[in-house]
Every structure is written in structure tokens, then in C-alpha cells.
Design a protein around this ligand. Structure first.
Ligand code: PEP
Ligand code: MG
Length: 435
């Protein structure tokens, strides 16, 4: 537990050994774990997560193909790491994360890290970030805050407690139904509130459906289809857990992940087939009826007209938004896409996933772009995860005030929430809440 004073001086790093192995992610598919040794003998690790409902423009994972693991092996990526990335990283001293990430991009030489694999690149970049924090004698979140110039902040967790879409086998068209304890006074209270609502929800689901089966992110995946049924269950669980459903106490957040129910040409299927305008109206009625604070990927990534229509419907005359409107697949953590979306009035918030863009310094740039444009940001896990807790330090150090890491259950999800409460213990007085 370091209490060192933040300093702006960046200590160079020297990695003497770097290697990778295949580990299993939370879906039981291979992913990369990178291990590095620093000049002082310190050993560091980092692991790559993997999405299922990925955006078209995301940085590209390198997968083996073939029949094993449905082609999802990472042996080719490991070989390229051994042959090319390791000699690069161990061959010299590095004085900034920008320098490391720039060299990785140059070595790769393609857009989206197609040659070396964004799964290898993101893990190496995270490991290098840990090395810089270690060299500076700072906790990772503090180093990130120092480096990005942001004020540290403990975020409001958005717990994905009901799963549908690409993350579950049920007929629910919307992917994620989250609860966000915005009214909690501390991270500890927020995490405990999320867990308590989750337990009540488990009993409600078991009682109603006779099953409490889970989706990929640890939320329940009962056999329901109508988003309103899911929202009613959430409200009931919040009330039964003794909290108030409301945007100032325990709020609801949705990630419909509309790519998953887009029929193309601006048409969608949510139960019935809906036009763009009908989908906007559908969201408006949900906002009228439920305490929803955040709506992510309400339209498909390639449906700019849909995003424009939704922006027009959700922006108030004073320029504020009726609900936080988040672009995930739409922006893929890419500063240029975020800027273009802001100019078109598509959203007022950005989802931040390091492996969508490939490196930590590009992730910092995405957060900086959002901040410059007056947009909010939410740091996010992927549906395929490991116990790596990098995003917990990332969200505190960038001070964006919001994270989603799945349900308050399952090791790979709670690793992040438990890291947040650990940071809170280490940093008494650090503020909890939205930015
Ligand atoms: C998401 O869509 O926000 C998400 C976390 O899912 P995935 O990791 O499958 O893209
Ligand atoms: Mg999403």
C-alpha cells in the first residue's frame, strides 16, 4: 500500500524478459497472458479480454483458425509475440507508454493490429503501463492519474444483472440490464448494494422461472423476451432490497447492443419489427416508465440516421440530454470516431474498452477526447474476461466516474469491483461518484 506523493517525472523502464502463454477466459476460450520481468527482478503480468458483440471497427484479435476451440486459439499470436514483440520490448529502455505503444504500432504496420494481434498488443501495453507505475513507485491508478492529468475518482459501478442478446441463450433482444447505485456514499456501499439487489433478483427469478441460469457476464438469463418484463423485475428487486429505484438512488442502465437486433436498412426487431422512428419512440416510453440513467448502443453502429434521430429526440433545448447516451460499437474507443459522432450529435457519452482500440495510450487519448468534447465516459470490461484488474485502476486514474464490469458475482467480474474497494481502503477520502 504505497502512499507515495504523485510526481510528474516518468521513470524509464527496462523489461529483461517477455513471454506469453494461452490461458482460458471466462467463456472457456483461449486468451493471452503476458508475463514480463523488469531489470530489478519484478515480475508483472497482463491478460487480454475478448468481446462477443464486437464492433465492426474494433482492433483485430489474432486467432489461429482451424478446428480447435472453434478457431479461437492464440498460438500464432504467442509465436509472433515471442519472435517479434519480445525482442522489441526487451531490446531497449522505454521512457513513456506513448513510446512503447508507438513502437508496437510501427512493428505491426497494419490498421487495427491485424498482423501481431490486438489481443497480444493490448496485453503488452497493459504490462508496460504496470512497469511504469512500478518504476515510479506508485499504485497503478495514481500513475494513470499523474500521467493523464486527471483527478482520481472512485466510479459508480454499473452491475449487469440480467443478460440477453449475444451474451445469453434466452430470447431477450436487449443485451444488458444494469443497476447503478448512484446514491451510494462510498464504493463499498455501492458494491454491497449491487450484491444485495442481485441476491433478491436471484430469488425472484428462481421463483418465477424455476431457474437462475447465468449469461456470460454473470447476470441472470431467465427465459423472458420482453425488455419491459426484465425492467419490471429489476425495479421489484431494487425495492425488495430496501432501496429506491430512481436516478438519484439505484438507477437502471441499458445496453440494448442494437447491432444484435438490427435487420439492416434502419429496421430493428424488438419483439415486433420497428422502424428507426418507432425504435426512438420505444426508448422514449421506457424512459417515461423506468428510472433509466444510461442507454448504450441504442442503434446499430452503421445506422447514423438512427443515432441522429435518437440524438434529436433526447437532447433538450438547453443542450443537455434526457438520458446519458453511450456509444460503444459505434465508437470502438477510437478518438476520431468519437469526434465525428460528437459533431453529428449522436451521443453525449463514450464507452472505453482498451482492447477495442489496442493500446493504453490510445485509450488515454479516447478519454481525453471525450473530456475535451464535454462527453461523459464509462470504462468497460468485455464479456470474455480474466481476473486481470487493469480497468479498475484505469477508471480511478482517469477519473471518469463510471464502470461496468458485469454482475457482482463470478471471479472475473468481482475481481474488478474488489479492486475498487481495495483502492478505496488504500485512499481514505477519495471521492466516490459520477464525474
Ligand atoms: C458490450 O457490448 O458493452 C460488452 C461488454 O460486450 P462485448 O464484450 O461482448 O462486446
Ligand atoms: Mg456495449
Amino acid at each position: 500500500m504505497s502512499t507515495s506523493t504523485p510526481t510528474t517525472a516518468i521513470e524509464p523502464i527496462s523489461v529483461t524478459e517477455l513471454g506469453a502463454r494461452s490461458i482460458l477466459d471466462s467463456r472457456g476460450f483461449p486468451t493471452l497472458e503476458v508475463r514480463g520481468t523488469l531489470a530489478d527482478g519484478t515480475e508483472l503480468r497482463a491478460a487480454a479480454p475478448a468481446g462477443a458483440s464486437t464492433g465492426e471497427h474494433e482492433a483485430v484479435e489474432l486467432r489461429d483458425g482451424g478446428s480447435a476451440f472453434s478457431g479461437r486459439g492464440v498460438n500464432v499470436a504467442i509465436t509472433r509475440l515471442d519472435d517479434e514483440i519480445a525482442p522489441l520490448i526487451t531490446g531497449r529502455r522505454w521512457s513513456s507508454i506513448d513510446e512503447v505503444d508507438g513502437a508496437l504500432a510501427e512493428l505491426d504496420g497494419t490498421s487495427g493490429y491485424r498482423r501481431l494481434g490486438a489481443n497480444a498488443v493490448v496485453a503488452v501495453s497493459i504490462l508496460a503501463t504496470r512497469a511504469f507505475a512500478h518504476a515510479a513507485g506508485q499504485p497503478l491508478h495514481t500513475w494513470i492519474s499523474t500521467t493523464t492529468g486527471a483527478d482520481e475518482l472512485l466510479p459508480v459501478p454499473h452491475f449487469n444483472v440480467l443478460n440477453g442478446g449475444a451474451h445469453a441463450a434466452n430470447a431477450l433482444d436487449f443485451q444488458e440490464f444494469m443497476i447503478a447505485p448512484v446514491g451510494a456514499a462510498t464504493e463499498r456501499e455501492a458494491v454491497d448494494t449491487g450484491a444485495e439487489v442481485y441476491h433478491v433478483l436471484r430469488a425472484l427469478v428462481a421463483d418465477r422461472f424455476g431457474t437462475a441460469g447465468l449469461g456470460d457476464e454473470g447476470g441472470f438469463a431467465p427465459p423472458l423476451a420482453d425488455p419491459r418484463e426484465a425492467l419490471d423485475l429489476l425495479v421489484e428487486a431494487i425495492v425488495e432490497a430496501g432501496r429506491r429505484p430512481g436516478t438519484d438512488d439505484v438507477a437502471i442502465a441499458l445496453d440494448p447492443a442494437a447491432n444484435g437486433f438490427s435487420l439492416g436498412d434502419g429496421r430493428y426487431r424488438v419483439g415486433d419489427e420497428l422502424s428507426r422512428d418507432q425504435l426512438v419512440d420505444y426508448y422514449l416510453t421506457l424512459l417515461d416508465d423506468y428510472p433509466i440513467r444510461s442507454l448504450e448502443d441504442g442503434f446499430a453502429e452503421d445506422d447514423g440516421d438512427g443515432w441522429t434521430a435518437m440524438g434529436e429526440a433526447l437532447r433538450r433545448p438547453d443542450g443537455s440530454w434526457r438520458v446519458q447516451t453511450v456509444g460503444d460499437d459505434l465508437y470502438v474507443t477510437d478518438p476520431a470516431r468519437i469526434r465525428a459522432g460528437a459533431e453529428k450529435g449522436w451521443s453525449d457519452a463514450v464507452l472505453i474498452k482498451p482492447n477495442q482500440i489496442g493500446t493504453v495510450s490510445q485509450t488515454f487519448a479516447a478519454v481525453a477526447t471525450a473530456r475535451e468534447l464535454g462527453m461523459a465516459a464509462m470504462v468497460s470490461h468485455r464479456s470474455g474476461e480474466t481476473v486481470d484488474t487493469f480497468i479498475a485502476d484505469l477508471v480511478v486514474g482517469t477519473g471518469v466516474g463510471q464502470i461496468k464490469s458485469g454482475a457482482p458475482a463470478r471471479g472475473e467480474r468481482v475481481a474488478k469491483y474488489n479492486r475498487l474497494t481495495e483502492i478505496e481502503l488504500d485512499r481514505p477520502g477519495l471521492r466516490y461518484g459520477l464525474a
